[in-house]
Ligand binder design. Structure first.
Ligand SMILES: Cc1ncc(COP(=O)(O)O)c(C=O)c1O
Length: 447
């Protein structure tokens, strides 16, 4: 529905992320409130939130335990200046994070979101190598289709077409490989496509000269590109390759962290521990902006020494590790651990997958991918030719909205990641809405 003149003017004075205002302003989605698994817009229409806002509301909206943690901390202290000190609740968060991470990933620095965490990790790695006798190591290998954030370094590591090409040239020293999906039809099996994709990382390291390569950064399950879900062997190979050449393996778990894949982190789901995990989004279920960089304990030693050595991490952000976000993140972790919501993501995810597999009856679904409750559906024109079907996805954006469901559609695949508070009946409601939206979209494109 066309907005009133004031709203239209205000919409033209701001922008919606990655969206054309002229199109948005014709029928804007203006959120008014949210509770549990639902949003309501200013017209009072209800939407099933199939994706936690955007992979954020991991425990749904307005979770009482999180609001209580926020209120208590707000009454005590809302800000502590990171240049002068640290808040006690942020130290509690460091301890709490250390209790849920794999291996010796215990060195924790909270930030304000995903981009900041990724950006910080890359600076951390470059400084780490300068201080450990490898000053020539500065290059990062990441993947096409990957998205790591909006800041200069995170953008340079991203491989998402026009989201990055508009801002070229990017920072020097960022190289790309393809994720395994790129090769899947060139190999007889998915396992072999994965092996080839992992091997390509080693080939690049060798070709570039290992003495210049600092890190490999990837989303364990890549959202952009359609919930790209490699084999566990892919990760084992990457781990071995990185170890062989003293290259830091970074998992960008901004989406996959905090239970969605069936473990607290995808590192645990795939059984391969990286050297650094970056996280954000679901860390506070959207109650406060927060993210974190979590590194191998022993890497911290490179930054620890006499003040005159000047080896401390030369980095900081005003809102990093703010007390409100820290308090909420602790409550999120406690809620997941106490209620075993990561385990719940496994069985609920199996049920969700069965329901999504049911969409194959429409003859336009190539594959349902993902782990836990993070799932993606790839749309094709027909299941023999496997040609992508962007028109269908674009139509589905409209029909999903009309049916009252929020998904991530882009445009030949769509993703879901319902909050961990969802029950089987909620999954049924969500999948019924998806099915209706897909059927309506098919009707639209065949007109
Ligand atoms: C995998 C991944 N990394 C990093 C980011 C950047 O996080 P933020 O938008 O909180 O800065 C995003 C955001 O969508 C993301 O999906």
């Amino acid at each position: 529905m066309k907005p009133d003149p004031r709203t239209e003017q205000l919409l033209k004075r701001t922008f919606i992320d990655f969206v054309q205002t002229s199109e948005f302003v014709e029928d804007p989605l203006i959120f008014d409130r949210a509770q549990g698994l639902y949003y309501w817009d200013v017209e009072g229409r209800r939407y099933f939130d199939a994706i936690g806002g955007i992979f954020v509301a991991s425990l749904g909206h307005g979770h009482p335990r999180l609001l209580e943690a926020l209120r208590r901390q707000a009454e005590k202290m809302t800000f502590a200046p990171p240049l002068h000190g640290v808040s006690s609740v942020t130290l509690d968060l460091v301890e709490k994070m250390g209790s849920i991470t794999p291996g010796n990933l215990k060195y924790v620095k909270p930030f304000s979101g995903g981009s900041e965490s990724v950006e910080s990790a890359m600076k951390f790695i470059r400084q780490y190598f300068k201080q450990t006798g490898h000053p020539g190591k500065y290059k990062f290998i990441s993947r096409y289709h990957g998205y790591h954030g909006s800041t200069a370094g995170a953008m340079s590591a991203s491989g998402t077409g026009t989201r990055k090409t508009k801002f070229e040239p990017h920072m020097a020293g960022f190289l790309k490989v393809f994720p395994p999906t790129h090769y899947r039809d060139r190999f007889p099996s998915w396992d072999e496509a994965n092996r080839f994709a992992a091997q390509a990382v080693e080939d690049i390291i060798v070709h570039e000269d290992p003495a210049t390569v600092a890190g490999v950064i990837l989303e364990p399950i890549g959202n952009t590109g359609g919930i790209i879900t490699p084999t566990p062997e892919y990760f084992r190979m990457l781990r071995q390759i990185c170890d062989r050449y003293n290259v830091i393996l970074v998992y960008d778990e901004v989406i996959t962290g905090f239970g969605k894949t069936g473990s607290m982190f995808a590192a645990q789901t795939f059984g391969v521990t990286p050297d650094i995990i970056c996280c954000g989004k679901g860390m506070s279920s959207g109650v406060m902006p927060i993210g974190a960089m979590i590194a191998r304990d022993d890497m911290a030693a490179a930054f620890y020494g006499p003040a005159e050595a000047g080896i401390q991490f030369a980095h900081g952000n005003t809102f990093a590790g703010n007390p409100l976000g820290s308090a909420v993140a602790i409550a999120v972790i406690d809620e997941i651990v106490e209620n075993r919501l990561d385990e719940k993501a496994r069985w609920l995810g199996d049920y969700l997958t069965t329901r999504l597999e049911g969409l194959k009856k429409f003859g336009v679904v190539r594959e349902v991918r993902g782990r836990g409750i993070l799932r993606g559906v790839e749309l094709v024109k027909d299941t023999a030719a496997l040609e992508p079907y962007p028109e269908l996805g674009l139509a589905m954006k409209k029909t999903a909205r009309a049916n009252g469901i929020i998904l991530r559609i882009d445009p030949s695949w769509f993703a879901v990641a319902p909050a961990l508070i969802a029950e089987k009946g909620d999954i049924d409601e969500m999948c019924d809405l998806i099915e209706r939206s897909l059927a309506d979209a098919l009707a639209l494109v065949s007109k």
